[in-house]
Design a protein around this ligand. Structure first.
Ligand code: PLP
Length: 389
């Protein structure tokens, strides 16, 4: 069997629609969207059209959509830009709230704001399923609070957060709400107005679009200081020549997932549940991590007791199965994942975390092969670890 790709939370292939839509913008319509001549106007028209599509898909207005270079950049710009602007308006607004188990793009930025820029940061606990209690958010908000950041779906364990509730209570308390929804668009509709989101990060390569393009949604009127400076692109909010081909591909991919997400989510949830049931039945000392129901439909994350997750990943790789030990950005790091530690998972389980994420092309035959192959790999790794001592 061909190598089986089950790491769609790390990245997805670019859909054919997006490739086709992008091609003319590399060679024929290659203009800089900031140029005033015909080539530039061509690029601007394509960019405007892409922005309108993205806005429409998210329930936003086109001027609220900023194209960036990745999800990480969107998180960085949003958090720094809003925190600095809130404090500039009102010097008492120095308190930020987030939860443990955020992606590094958020956690690292907020830690910097705390350690280098004098903000106070409350990091709320997550429960054993990786879930943030909205009541904890409510209790943590105080008059000094500028911003709350809670991710929509966890990349490592798949847990969905109650962002609707958190957004509503932030609005009630006039606190900005940022969410990293990078893992969501392929599987769920996000309506930024309905969810009371002020700032949101997305990344095209997670929803069958190209790498190197992010989206930052910024609600009209959100206090914001641009933290990368330069040529005033994106209405002065993100400097740097815009990746027009990438923006076209991103808009096309977003339309593609909007068309497919309902059917695919239902299909993948069935396959994913078969996979989990098969593994739990055939392997000893294994458990699911993340919320059993409130989770992304394509996402299976498992903990294997007394197994080195990286060794298991390599053993599966040899069998032609590509998965991840956690988030792709932290692989190569032998420490247990911070997310699993925050969930209170004991060390002997936390080192054996595996993430298997299905995609639109995943077939039942592939899942059957994984169910048949994985138990062998686990016992091989356990034996090897026994000999290593
Ligand atoms: N946020 C989450 C939840 C992610 O899963 C990722 C990527 O794994 C990112 C942010 C970063 O996105 P990008 O790779 O586009 O920088």
């Amino acid at each position: 069997m061909h190598p089986i790709y089950l790491d769609h939370s790390a990245t997805t292939p670019v859909c054919h629609d997006a490739v086709t839509a992008m091609l003319p913008y590399f060679h024929e319509h290659f203009g800089n969207s900031s140029s005033l001549h015909a080539f530039g106007r061509d690029a601007t028209a394509a960019l405007d059209a892409a922005r309108a599509v993205v806005a429409c898909e998210l329930g936003a207005r086109p001027n609220e959509i900023i194209f960036t270079a990745c999800g990480t950049e969107s998180d960085n710009l949003a958090l720094r830009g809003a925190a600095f602007a809130m404090r500039k308006r009102n010097p008492n607004k120095t308190h930020l709230i987030t939860a443990h188990a955020e992606h590094h793009a958020v956690a690292g930025t907020l830690h910097q704001l705390r350690d280098w820029f004098g903000f106070e940061l409350t990091e709320l606990p997550v429960d054993t399923n990786g879930f943030v209690n909205p009541d904890d958010v409510r209790r943590a908000i105080r008059p000094q609070t500028a911003l709350v950041s809670v991710m929509a779906a966890n990349n490592e364990v798949g847990t969905l957060q109650a962002i609707g509730k958190i957004g509503a209570l932030c609005r009630e308390h006039s606190v900005l709400f940022h969410t990293d929804a990078v893992q969501c668009p392929a599987y769920m509709t996000i309506d930024v107005k309905q969810l009371n989101i002020d700032l949101m990060a997305l990344s095209a390569h997670k929803f069958y679009g190209p790498k190197g393009v992010g989206i930052l949604y910024m609600r009209d009127g959100t206090p914001y200081l641009p933290t990368n400076t330069g040529g005033g692109h994106e209405r002065g909010r993100r400097a740097g020549t815009v990746n027009v081909a990438g923006a076209v591909g991103t808009a096309t991919a977003l339309k593609y997932v909007a068309k497919n997400r309902e059917v695919q989510s239902a299909r993948l949830q069935v396959l994913r549940d078969q996979l989990i049931a098969g593994i739990l039945a055939d392997v000893s000392d294994v458990r699911l991590s993340g919320h059993p129901q409130q989770r992304l439909p394509h996402h299976a994350s498992l903990l294997f007791k007394d197994v080195d997750g990286e060794m298991l990943l390599m053993s599966l790789d040899v069998e032609g199965i590509a998965v991840s030990t956690g988030s792709a950005c932290t692989s190569g790091n032998p420490e247990p994942s911070g997310v699993l530690v925050a969930m209170g998972i004991a060390h002997e389980w936390a080192l054996g975390g595996l993430r298997i994420t299905l995609g639109y092309d995943t077939t039942e035959a592939e899942i059957d092969y994984v169910i048949r192959t994985l138990p062998k790999c686990v016992s091989r790794v356990r034996k090897a670890m026994h000999y290593i001592g």
